[in-house]
Design a protein around this ligand. Structure first.
Ligand code: SAH
Length: 219
């Protein structure tokens, strides 16, 4: 009986996930690689059981320690912007949270390094990801304002928490031709794309967004 219930539950989750992908298409996400990646990750397994029925809704959900898992559209939009139809190569994520976005990234990147400053969240993310067996994702307990020097340079960097300004270490750890996408601001926030060229950096302001703040240090 339990097996059947489990299978029925996972079938329902598969349908909910497919509906989520169709909704994202309707919202204008065009990159089929990104849509396929979101279609492969069981988002309900990254949130508390009590919230699992809302896992595929278009909403941010609480994880722990006052942090949130970003809404599906924001995850899809940010990855689509960063990919811009090209290879994402070696990627750094700042703010692993529950590990959901790292799992999505694993399907469109060669390698994913994800850092999280709160150990409790990182341990949970590790558990969530272990079950999915994604060999190209590495998680690290660290302050992402410093980037991750040991694995630099990165082709793409995605930041899941809002900073006041772009941390200089992140720019320095971008490969030539690399791209960094970061929410900037306080009350009002904007996604900013930073691209590294031979001569320096180009910054472009994109969508209005709402993220938890980027904090320094670890806990
Ligand atoms: N991408 C996550 C959502 C993250 S919410 C997911 O899919 O679940 C933002 C996360 O950034 C929080 O977990 C917060 O603790 C973390 N964070 C904030 N500042 C940070 C920093 N300096 N270094 C690393 N992580 C940071």
């Amino acid at each position: 009986m339990r097996n059947l219930a489990g299978e029925t539950g996972s079938l329902r989750a598969d349908h909910a996930r497919q509906r989520m992908v169709e909704r994202l298409r309707g919202y204008g996400i065009r990159d089929e690689g990104v849509l396929a990646a979101l279609g492969r990750v069981p988002r309900h397994r990254f949130v508390d059981e009590a919230l699992a029925s809302r896992a595929y809704d278009e909403t941010a959900l609480p994880i722990a320690r006052q942090q949130t898992i970003s809404q599906p559209f924001v995850v899809a939009r940010m990855i689509e912007l960063l990919r811009a139809g090209r290879e994402m190569g070696k990627t750094l994520e700042i703010g692993a949270g529950c590990g959901y976005q790292a799992a999505v990234l694993s399907h469109v990147c060669k390698e994913v390094y994800s850092v999280e400053r709160i150990r409790q969240l990182l341990d949970r993310a590790k558990e969530n990801l272990r079950e999915l067996r994604l060999p190209n994702v590495r998680l690290k307990h660290a302050d992402g304002t410093l980037g991750l020097l040991e694995a630099a340079p990165f082709d793409t960097i995605i930041v899941a928490a809002a900073a006041a300004t772009v941390p200089p270490e992140l720019k320095q750890q971008l490969a030539l031709g690399g791209r960094l996408l970061i929410p900037l601001g306080g009350g009002e926030q904007w996604l900013v794309m930073v691209e590294r060229h031979g001569g320096g950096f180009r910054e472009t302001r994109l969508d209005a967004v709402r993220f938890v703040p980027m904090l320094s240090g670890t806990e």
